[in-house]
Design a protein around this ligand. Sequence first.
Ligand SMILES: C[S@@+](CC[C@H](N)C(=O)[O-])C[C@H]1O[C@@H](n2cnc3c(N)ncnc32)[C@H](O)[C@@H]1O
Length: 315
Amino acid sequence: MAEPTHIPILVTEVLLHLVDEPEQARRTGQVSHGGAMRQIRTSDERLFIDGTVGQGGHAEAILLRGLPGCRLLGFDRDPVNLSIARKRLERFSNSLVLVQDSYAQVKQHAYVQGFNHVDGILLDLGFSSGHIEDASRGFSFSHEGPLDMRYDQTQELTAEGIVNGWNQDDLAQIFRVYGEEPASHILAKAIYQERKHKRITTTLQLAELVASVIHRRGKIHPATRIFQALRIAVNDELGELSRALPDMVDLLRPGGRIAIISFHSLEDRMIKKFFAAQQGKTLNTINKRIITPSEKEIHSNPRSRSAKMRVAERI
Ligand SMILES: C[S@@+](CC[C@H](N)C(=O)[O-])C[C@H]1O[C@@H](n2cnc3c(N)ncnc32)[C@H](O)[C@@H]1O
């Protein structure tokens, strides 16, 4: 069984805003954000949902807080990561339910498992280090592997299916929108021409084709944006997020919080707009400024550099 390799991001900040501050409010019986202090009544349980439990780093940190009556419901689409999390969290098995499904299905599982008035919900979006390290998953443009990129490998759509099956305009669209790739049309055309002769089936085949068309120099490999775009499209990452947000808010108890860590400007924009639309109705935003990793964290874990966290509290 594989060991955890993913380093969880913004752990201190997640614990502060999702666990410690609400716990403080619970002790005083008050919610202080959004203007007037309100009295709140809560049960003896502390219920958390981790929508992207991954290899269990954040979930472990939450459970280690040792709050009385604490239970956690964790989701991941990827059975490999879920099994790593299950092993890592073995000692908490009485307080833990892990489900292999998308967090977009949170409501149906939450009702069945008795998680309908929860204290905290966490989403840590995107892929984990394990996905990049395992070449056979097809997420990495620097290691040869099949063009797969599915978190859930029972799903039909793969990156190979998109690259060889979608029309040129649709390819250009995802490269431009999800990858923010300026040469999206040129690239889509090159892929379209190439696949007339030969099916594009591997990561290096695609990465080399991209590098032969885009001659940008710099630290970032020209295939970075294209692989990002394909990953987002294969897993419908933006669609899942937009479907899940209203359901997650419904599941929070008054004073309960939602914290979302994102790595892509489109995700962050969606979260920002959603929180703004709910402001004063169902949610109050907790952080005036976006929460980002410290220099120290970025230094020790460079993958954290593009992370942005937003936190809101249920009214
Ligand atoms: C950044 S990792 C989470 C890492 C985790 N917080 C930890 O500490 O180990 C993101 C995880 O979300 C999962 N994922 C992506 N989209 C998902 C979705 N719609 N539903 C559930 N899990 C998803 C991925 O498989 C991946 O394991």
